[in-house]
Ligand binder design. Structure first.
Ligand code: ADP
Length: 237
């Protein structure tokens, strides 16, 4: 992201949700995006993922400048070169687990590589659930399906928005372990919005937003360090 700003609304009612954010995310790393409520985390994720367009500045995925793409190309790019994991899983209830996982490929008219599908579902631990429907699964299992769906296209980056927000602590730890494994073992790149210091402790780097500005970052963060920085930022705010 180069000098990315995002302003909502105009004039007196306008809100600067992102304020000249410049940063790079290296391939094969796990990054936590943190900050108090209203600090711009969602806006950061939406701009980085091309779900929203910055008011100014540029966002690159590799050599592709997202700002130069029309909506249809951007949609295709998101489907083929990015993966998404959401707090609420966002699986389609009328599709089986296997159909949910392979949906991004089918929307692009590509066949699923059976070997890769088996590898991915084996990695996330849902190989025995492929014929089931999402409503037959627990929250943790549904999030595993969502992670498999994110991995199936071998994307350049996976964006995760509070992926453990709807899960109990033990299931959350398993899901974070899977995201960690996707980075360490499958050479994926994961960018995760979270407010949870324990979740951030699974990452390689935590970045902190306050009032839409990047204000701090921690490499190889542990939960105590993250909590301390959050407390400092709250006091300063
Ligand atoms: P966070 O995810 O850290 O809670 P957001 O990115 O959602 O923060 O919001 C950052 C700021 O931008 C907040 O002040 C929020 O009220 C404002 N904002 C976010 N989305 C919109 C929108 N669609 N219209 C107007 N203001 C918005």
């Amino acid at each position: 992201m180069q000098d990315v700003s995002k302003q909502y609304g105009k004039d007196a009612q306008s809100v600067v949700a992102l304020d000249r954010v410049s940063m790079g995310i290296a391939q094969g790393t796990f990054t936590a995006v943190m900050g108090p409520s209203g600090s711009g985390k969602s806006t950061f994720l939406h701009c980085a993922a091309g779900l929203d367009r910055p008011s100014s500045g540029a966002v690159y995925l590799g050599a592709t400048n997202l700002a130069e793409l029309k909506e249809a190309r951007l949609t295709k790019l998101r489907r083929s070169r990015m993966g998404f994991v959401f707090q609420s899983f966002n699986l389609l209830p009328s599709l089986t687990v296997e159909q949910n996982i392979t949906l991004p490929l089918r929307l692009d008219g590509k066949p699923a590589n059976q070997g890769w599908l088996e590898h991915v579902v084996g990695q996330v631990g849902i190989a025995d659930k492929l014929g089931q429907f999402p409503t037959q699964l627990s929250g943790g299992q549904q999030q595993r399906v969502a992670i498999a769906r994110a991995l199936i296209t071998r994307p350049e980056v996976i964006f995760a928005d509070e992926p453990t927000g709807a899960l109990d602590p033990e299931t959350a730890r398993d899901v974070l372990g899977l995201l960690r494994q996707a980075v360490t073992d499958m050479h994926q790149t994961v960018v995760m919005v979270t407010h949870d210091p324990i979740a951030a402790a699974h990452t390689d780097r935590a970045i902190f937003l306050v009032g839409g500005r990047l204000t701090a970052n921690l490499d190889a963060p542990d939960a105590t360090q993250v909590s301390d920085v959050m407390a400092q930022l709250r006091r300063a705010a």
